[in-house]
Design a protein around this ligand. Structure first.
Ligand SMILES: [Zn+2]
Length: 112
């Protein structure tokens, strides 16, 4: 038997249960296999989820994804950490700016 035989037992990427390679969905946990892996585990999905949804929590998707190589996972992890740091700095600077504005306004009215 060759490795490409559709009946070859293969572990589910999600729950590690042994299923057949031809199975489109895991018969134990229901996760899609091969081309039926949920979209948010793809490169595109992870980028979208990071930017518009999960932020640093998308690291969970990155490390669970069966679609990404180990190198890609490391690259995404670094990218997500830099992105998170950038957003945190942006919010912090906005806070400082608003704070300075309010302090200036208050002292302008002689309330400081
Ligand atoms: Zn499974």
């Amino acid at each position: 038997m060759e490795l490409t035989d559709p009946e070859t037992p293969a572990p589910c990427w999600n729950c590690k249960a042994i299923i057949a390679q031809r199975d489109k969905y895991c018969r134990y946990c229901g996760k899609g296999q091969g081309s039926n892996v949920p979209w948010y585990y793809s490169h595109f999905g992870i980028i979208v989820m990071t930017l518009f949804g999960l932020g640093p929590f998308s690291l969970g998707l990155v490390w669970k994804s069966p679609r990404l190589s180990r190198e890609a996972k490391v690259a995404y992890t670094l990218g997500i950490l830099v992105f998170t740091w950038y957003v945190a700095m942006y919010i912090y600077n906005a806070y400082l700016a608003i704070n300075a504005l309010l302090t200036g306004a208050l002292s302008g009215f002689g309330l400081q």
